[in-house]
Design a protein around this ligand. Sequence first.
Ligand SMILES: Cc1cc2nc3c(=O)[nH]c(=O)nc-3n(C[C@H](O)[C@H](O)[C@H](O)COP(=O)(O)OP(=O)(O)OC[C@H]3O[C@@H](n4cnc5c(N)ncnc54)[C@H](O)[C@@H]3O)c2cc1C
Length: 399
Amino acid sequence: MSQHFQILIIGGGNAGISVAAQLLLKRPGLQIAIIEPSDRHYYQPAWSLVGGGTFDIHKTVRAESSVIPQGVTWIKEAAETLEPEKNTVITREGNTYTYDQLIAAPGIQLNWHLVKGLKETLGRNGVTSNYSFDYAPYTWELIQKLQPGQTAIFTSPGTPVKCGGAPQKIMYLAADYLKRKGWTGKVNILFDTAGGVIFGIKKYAVELQKKVDEYQIKTNFKHDLIAIDGEKKEATFKVTDAEGVSHEVVHQFDMIHVVPPQSAPDFIRKSPLANEAGWIDVDKHTLQHNKYPNVFALGDATSTPNAKTGAAVRKQAPVLVKNLLDFIDGKQLSGNYNGYGSCPLIVGYGKLILAEFDYDNNPTETFPFDQAKPRWSMWALKKYVLPWLYWHKILKGTA
Ligand SMILES: Cc1cc2nc3c(=O)[nH]c(=O)nc-3n(C[C@H](O)[C@H](O)[C@H](O)COP(=O)(O)OP(=O)(O)OC[C@H]3O[C@@H](n4cnc5c(N)ncnc54)[C@H](O)[C@@H]3O)c2cc1C
């Protein structure tokens, strides 16, 4: 089967749905289709709260059919082969779709298989991850079972990840939970990260370090998780020293929260849309593809060097819409994305640092106070305001 659409969108996640809704608001009558295989749509940012036992997992999922904007055709298939020279997408189901303009928004791929033994033990043996709807509730089960003398490990991989703060947020929630029991320093908390610093922007790193000290967390930098043996409760890390020499170390755990290595989806990596690193190769300000001018992209799968977050998508979507409409109208592209990303860094129950920054890592804070200080108001924003905003405004194209 072959079908043509004026605008074809790959991915009906945060980015694909927001941009479709905004396009229709700006120009009703556009003929748009979204290729999206999943019949469920997730609000992923709340999974950190689910893992900390303070958000209902069922409130993070809705039927995909309920978020597809009215007037948009939903193709419930997976994009597989991209032929941008022919304006064509072929799906895994074997159907062919052609387009005038393409918007690629397929999100990031979680590469669980790159950590040896992980897939076999995830969800059992004290091994969990908030990066999955299926396992975030298990994180909370494990935190509550921790006892003095035990060890909880929190990992962060060496690849780009969605929400760079999420590997740490759950660690601070666990640490705060234990603190409230009077067990600070009695349960060993390890932050085993492939990175070399606690956070890339000094203003926020200073405040996070204070929390690390307060909770007596041991940080192990340049520790990249490569294998897990769930039965033996052993995690193996590749450790790289200052000279670049690597060796392996094994850490015992009673619970381990794993953030898997991540990449652009395989079908993007092998397509002509990818840059050398596999990401969709777009101009970082216009979001237009560097080789194929009728292709635009946004969200976690692009080459733009911003923090991969829903907050970034919120700023990218109106820029992409503006530029796509300019392109259709034969005008100079006028939208400009400055790399805005935001990371709501939960540092305990009722305490949140709202990091906001641009491509140059300059803080670009929204509120008229120092957002590096942990605040209850910012926690309330994350827990109560943003989920509502997501379902009722962002996915409707009005925020
Ligand atoms: C634990 C966790 C905590 C987070 N915390 C925050 C936070 O506090 N703040 C924040 O702003 N962001 C946060 N994020 C990140 C945020 O969820 C993502 O950045 C955002 O969802 C990116 O939008 P996207 O549309 O690019 O990707 P997604 O929303 O993941 O959507 C991608 C869509 O593409 C579809 N797709 C995949 N393959 C194909 C294919 N072959 N064909 C067609 N469709 C396909 C998928 O099914 C999916 O629906 C968090 C994420 C996680 C996991």
